[in-house]
Design a protein around this ligand. Structure first.
Ligand code: DAS
Length: 361
């Protein structure tokens, strides 16, 4: 029996090795079966670099080029055939309407390409939610579009960018991700580009959706638990291919003791709409109502949002919106309301139509 044991052990080990290998082979799709994903890089922390591994929050964003980002996650080639394009190399707080249009048109062109199965956009986290919502409104496709960032640069201990990028490519290559609108993959979660917002400015679990994430992505697989309820992408009336400029929309942030001069700024900026990020349920200080009504009389669209993260602004509650001819932003935070207002104003400035659009998107 003792003579047999080494052979038996070797036999069992060989069998285990063979089983694992065959399982891995079974799981690793052949090149032909792997989805073709294009990564559009725009900068941000996911492309950031710090002086030392201990610098998880002090670093320079928008340093690492897209090819190095892709090379930094060799496991990507197990799940997809990945190509990279460097669209911009900026920190996302510096995004402008022109950059949104350039990026949107490139995404739209790739979505039409039969050689492209999904698109990933690497992006700074600061305005990631605006870009994701913008694309959700204007790119008419069912193909997966996944926006991803990171809270730590790749040079830091426990950097989150590599796994976030791997997860984003997995989701972009997943058939189940089709038709769910623009998605955001961060910290193992899959969020709707419409709902997600950056709620924490210094932790890896930075992004939340008040109605919950759509799903999770774990070890190369996506798991879905919810579907978006609002119109998006292929079902949107807005098409980036027909938009060459976005009207100016600016935000007034509500608080106690507001200076009335704040209500003059949108007009000086040539804004076509102002988002009033009011206190509570979109409240406007009594002494500021006339200033806001003055903007409406001057032809500017007034949209009541709230500085409070969750909930939604109830029409005709804190203010008589019907009487003042104002629009409410529903559950959209001020920065998302600004994106929707700009896109909607490319089609209409009729306040009834605008309110419909804010209910539907
Ligand atoms: N400045 C931030 C940005 O580019 C860095 C980041 O978190 O991505 O949005």
């Amino acid at each position: 029996m003792s003579l047999l044991r080494p052979w038996l052990a070797r036999g069992i080990a060989a069998l285990a090795l063979l089983t694992t290998a065959s399982l891995t082979l079974a799981q690793t799709p052949t090149a032909a079966a792997r989805p073709r994903i294009t990564v559009l890089a725009t900068g941000g922390t996911i492309a950031g670099a710090g002086a030392s591994a201990a610098n998880s929050a002090t670093y320079q964003a928008a340093k690492v080029p897209v090819d190095k980002l892709i090379a930094g996650v060799p496991e990507l080639s197990d799940v997809a055939v990945v190509k990279g394009e460097q669209v911009f190399q900026i920190a996302s707080e510096s995004f402008t309407n022109d950059k949104l249009l350039t990026l949107g048109k490139r995404v739209s062109a790739l979505a039409k390409d039969p050689e492209v199965d999904g698109i990933v956009i690497t992006h700074g986290t600061d305005t990631l939610e605006e870009t994701a919502y913008f694309l959700n409104l204007v790119v008419n496709t069912d193909k997966p579009i996944v926006v991803v960032g990171s809270m730590r640069p790749g040079t830091a201990m426990s950097a989150d960018g590599m796994l976030n990028l791997y997860d984003a490519v997995v989701v972009a290559g997943s058939r189940d991700a089709r038709g769910k609108g623009v998605l955001v993959a961060m910290n193992d979660e899959i969020h709707s580009g419409r709902d997600v917002t950056k709620r924490v400015n210094i932790k890896t679990n930075a992004f939340f959706s008040q109605w919950g994430p759509l799903g999770m992505v774990v070890e190369g697989r996506s798991y879905w638990f919810r579907l978006p309820a609002k119109r998006h992408t292929a079902n949107s009336e807005f098409n980036i291919d027909k938009i060459d400029a976005l009207p100016e929309v600016q935000i007034i942030y509500g608080a106690g003791n507001m200076a009335l001069q704040m209500y003059e700024a949108p007009q000086r900026a040539g804004a076509k709409a102002v988002i009033h990020a009011g206190t509570g349920n979109g409240s406007v200080a009594g002494y500021a109502v006339d200033a806001l009504r003055g903007l409406r009389s001057a032809g500017m669209v007034v949209i009541r949002s709230s500085r409070v993260g969750d909930g939604f602004v109830l029409r005709n509650s804190e203010q008589p919106d019907d009487k003042y001819d104002w629009v409410v932003a529903h559950d959209l935070n001020p920065q998302k309301a600004k994106i929707l207002a700009a896109v909607a104003l490319t089609k209409t400035s009729d306040t009834q139509e605008l309110q419909r659009i804010f209910w539907e998107y």
